[in-house]
Design a binder for this molecule. Structure first.
Ligand SMILES: C[S@@+](CC[C@H](N)C(=O)[O-])C[C@H]1O[C@@H](n2cnc3c(N)ncnc32)[C@H](O)[C@@H]1O
Length: 487
């Protein structure tokens, strides 16, 4: 296991391959909630085109057929959670709930293995599957390990649904050991409490374990299991545009309560990396795992923005699992065509094209790179990524047609396979783009292979001003968001 490292891959496989027994002090997991939605990540175009593009961040739709292997493995494991899932299957049949719980049960069993005896596990979920997940947790960790159901209560714009407004998440807190790391946190007493108990002074915290001298000011009330913390509003400086991003204030609390400086914190579903950023800030060591290269890319950028003294650039954040050679790139292309595409786009500094609502919706254009020319006009390169075992002249011709139709300055053809000689000749005949207001020229049709990109070659383009979805992350570290009570 490598500390202060991101792992790219399925957490089940990563945990099994890389994590020894009893090596982690605190696990926080915020898995997909079985919400039956696909979550999109909004790119913000800071070049001023006023456009957004969406890339699917992760899917939260489960099918029984899709999780058949997990269902079999867990029900044949002989562990209590296998019997529970068998029983739920009897009742609910081949449902997405049973599929989801099977997937989660296998991962929770691995998390139990890697947790130290003094360690804690927090599972973040919502009422969609929360109470079933608690039963799985009781089976995996033992019902005596259950310590709290924290209700994270927040407010957001109400909708006109004929129901109570859904404004809370659930966080199940478990710890198995006799001796468990737990630092009591305090919250300020409410006005009504103060009115009622005015004059009680230092007895306010008599539930706490530390003894206080009579003239020492009280730190407040030991924290309740209902936490009022804002969700990230659209205007929040912390917001990265990643769906399901959790506030740092929430993770600060969990990490401060259940770990000490230098302890190891693991988030095996780490999304845009809220837990790892909070852990780093609080002086903990950390590991993060995510199955999408989009998340890994975002986290690297976020860590570099938040801790430039440690990570001068995103590339300085260690990652295990991203393709480093052609064989790894081929494997990624085989496993997930869209993840490969996104990863290839990040290699050339591109992002999915503006206005695209669904992956693959734009004919042949997978990404774009924007810049302002010498007259201040926005210009772009359109990017076509090909992950197949061979590439054809027709594909290149399509790109050239798109460059003309989209009035793009440059077309970039990125491929896993080597282009043929005639394709290279066709690209060379494409001529040059001269940037208005300058004398600079760039080849109009450029071809790059993944092999060349992995060797460090980059497209020949003007400096891009296109996309900085993480700009706001810098504001996070101004010290104002670090409070355990912070909003
Ligand atoms: C709800 S989001 C986590 C959000 C995170 N707490 C944050 O604040 O950004 C769930 C994440 O789990 C990832 N994920 C889903 N299945 C996974 C798996 N099997 N292994 C690793 N990551 C997975 C998804 O890609 C997604 O980024």
């Amino acid at each position: 296991m490598h500390l202060n490292t991101l792992y790219f891959g399925d957490n089940l496989q990563v945990l099994r391959e890389h994590f020894p027994d009893e090596c982690v002090d605190l696990v926080y997991l915020d898995p997909p909630f079985n919400s039956k939605r696909d979550y999109n990540y909004i790119y913000r175009d800071l070049a001023g085109a006023g456009d957004t593009a969406q890339e699917q961040a992760f899917s939260d739709t489960w099918t029984f057929a899709g999780a058949a292997a997990e269902f079999r493995e867990v029900t044949e494991s002989g562990f209590p959670e296998g019997k529970l899932i068998d029983a739920l299957h009897e009742v609910f049949g081949d449902t997405s709930l049973v599929a989801y719980l099977s997937v989660m049960a296998l991962r929770l069993r691995e998390l139990r293995r890697i947790l130290k005896p003094t360690g804690s596990l927090y599972l973040h979920c919502d009422p969609t599957a929360g109470h079933y997940l608690k039963m799985v947790l009781d089976c995996v960790l033992g019902s005596s390990a259950f310590r709290s159901e924290v209700v994270w209560s927040y407010r957001r714009w109400p909708t006109r649904t004929p129901n109570y407004q859904h404004m809370h998440d659930l966080i199940y807190y478990y710890a198995r050991g006799q001796t468990v790391t737990f630092n009591v946190l305090y919250e300020p007493p409410s006005e009504s409490f103060l009115k009622r108990f005015r004059g009680m002074g230092n007895r306010l915290d008599r539930g706490a374990t530390t003894k206080r001298s009579s003239d020492e000011p009280t730190p407040g009330l030991p924290m309740r299991d209902v936490w009022d913390l804002s969700i990230l509003a659209g205007s929040s400086s912390e917001r990265l545009g990643y769906p399901t991003q959790k506030p740092l204030a929430l993770l600060n609390r969990i990490i401060a309560a259940s770990s000490n400086e230098g302890d190891v914190v693991l988030d095996p579903f780490c999304g845009c990396g809220t837990a790892v950023v909070a852990a780093q800030k609080l002086g903990r060591r950390w590991c993060g795992i995510d199955i999408t290269s989009l998340s890994v890319t975002l986290m690297r950028q976020r860590l570099a923005d938040s801790f430039p003294e440690i990570y001068p650039s995103p590339g300085d954040v260690p990652v295990i699992g991203l393709p480093k050679d052609l064989a790894g790139a081929r494997l990624l292309a085989e496993l997930d065509k869209y993840d490969f595409q996104f990863w290839a786009l990040t290699l050339v500094g591109a992002h999915p094209p503006g206005g695209t609502k669904k992956k693959g919706a734009d004919k042949g254009v997978d990404g774009e790179i924007l810049w302002r020319d010498g007259t201040g006009k926005l210009q772009k390169a359109v990017v076509s990524v090909k992950g197949g075992q061979s590439v054809t002249d027709t594909q290149l011709k399509d790109l050239i047609t798109t460059v003309d139709a989209a009035k793009a300055a440059v077309g970039l053809f990125v491929s896993l396979a080597q282009p043929t000689g005639p394709m290279r000749n066709r690209a060379a005949l494409g001529g040059n783009y001269t940037m208005a207001g300058t004398a600079a020229t760039y080849p109009r049709i450029q071809m790059l292979t993944i092999e060349e990109l992995l060797a460090g070659k980059r497209p020949d383009l003007p400096k891009s001003s296109r996309l900085d979805p993480h700009k706001s992350a810098r504001a996070v570290d101004d010290g104002t968001q670090g409070s355990l009570f912070g909003e």
